[in-house]
Design a protein around this ligand. Structure first.
Ligand code: SF4
Length: 327
């Protein structure tokens, strides 16, 4: 068992975990909210170290990352852990309850990534920052081998551990689930502010893209779309924004998001954000990339696949404007 990196010992063999803003106080023999940390005899351990629920070689577009090595594949692995409890979780079988895992050492993960010609490793599907100790060790090895490290995360993490891991991370997709703190509290048992802070810090260090899952009646007002747009534009208007269509799952029975709502969100965001996409739908042109300067098509996609690229050396082939695309 690997000892956890961020915690303090309290009286009566209790510990306080300081990895994420929950700051769980965990009694001897108990686990934290995320299921990934366990107190054994007053010592906090990373219970989920090197245990993965899934191994797949995904198109990078599936993360979604549309501006990071478009058209490549990435080894995708995930812990049986999450620090949020979103009622609409699309992966609840592996994030919200104990599920089967298999052992995957950092060395084996790197070996697989190389064997399957992935550009690197994506820590994804559930909440990879709850796999902190393992991600840190694996990402160090991967970086030494010239592989990329990608986090697909809810961004609900404390600042110190985030700053420590960022030098190893090449790209992140961070969920901003709503600009309304009460949504985070009621629907996800979390808070908005640490997530916004994580985006602001991370974008200074690596490539990032944002996902906003749009759920009817819960986070789909014009006011919230404007808030998200204004905030993201103030951070960096070149950060790609992915609206994603919701489908009923886990404890959320609401019907799927209407296309008109997604169109409304897209129209609002496109006034200030240069690259806006809509995922989980068959509306191919909403998933293509158009140069923010000349508006010509620079990446044509079909589903998760890149069909055509019209840029080279980071510049649009038509107007030569530098594009915010890595790789
Ligand atoms: S990382 Fe897990 S155990 Fe630690 S504070 Fe967050 S939810 Fe609690």
């Amino acid at each position: 068992m690997h000892e956890a990196l961020y915690y303090e010992k309290l009286e009566d063999k209790k510990v306080r975990c300081n990895l994420c803003p929950h700051h769980c106080i965990i009694k001897d023999g108990k686990i934290g909210i995320c299921m990934g940390k366990e107190n054994r005899d007053g010592v906090l351990y990373a219970k989920n170290y090197a245990q993965t629920t899934s191994i797949a070689n995904d198109p990078i577009e599936k993360k979604p990352l549309y501006h990071f090595y478009p058209g490549t594949y990435i080894l995708s692995i995930s812990p049986n852990s999450c620090n949020l409890s979103c009622k609409f979780c699309q992966n609840w079988e592996i994030s919200q309850m104990e599920s089967p895992t298999q052992h995957l050492s950092p060395e084996r993960a790197v070996e697989f990534a190389k064997k399957y010609k992935s550009i690197g490793i994506s820590y994804t599907y559930t909440e990879p920052l709850m796999w902190y100790e393992y991600v840190l060790d694996t990402a160090k090895l991967a970086q030494k081998e010239g592989l990329k490290n990608v986090l697909v995360t809810n961004g609900f993490i404390n600042e110190d551990p985030l700053l420590k891991i960022l030098p190893l991370i090449d790209a992140m997709n961070i969920d901003v689930k709503s600009m309304d703190d009460s949504f985070y509290r009621k629907i996800c048992s979390a808070k908005l502010q640490p997530v916004l802070k994580a985006v602001e810090i991370s974008q200074k260090s690596c490539h990032i893209e944002i996902t906003n899952l749009v759920i009817p009646t819960l986070n789909d007002t014009d006011e919230l779309f404007h808030k998200l747009t204004d905030w993201l534009a103030s951070v960096n208007p070149n950060i790609p924004l992915h609206f994603s269509r919701y489908f009923p799952n886990y404890k959320m029975p609401l019907p799927p998001t209407p296309l008109e709502t997604l169109k409304r969100a897209r129209d609002i965001a496109m006034k200030k954000i240069n690259y806006v996409y809509v995922g989980n739908i068959h509306q191919e042109e909403w998933n293509n990339t158009y140069c923010h300067n000349c508006k010509k098509l620079v990446i044509l996609r079909e589903g998760y696949f890149v069909i055509e690229k019209n840029y080279s050396n980071g510049k649009c082939n038509f107007c030569k404007t530098p594009l915010p695309i890595v790789g």
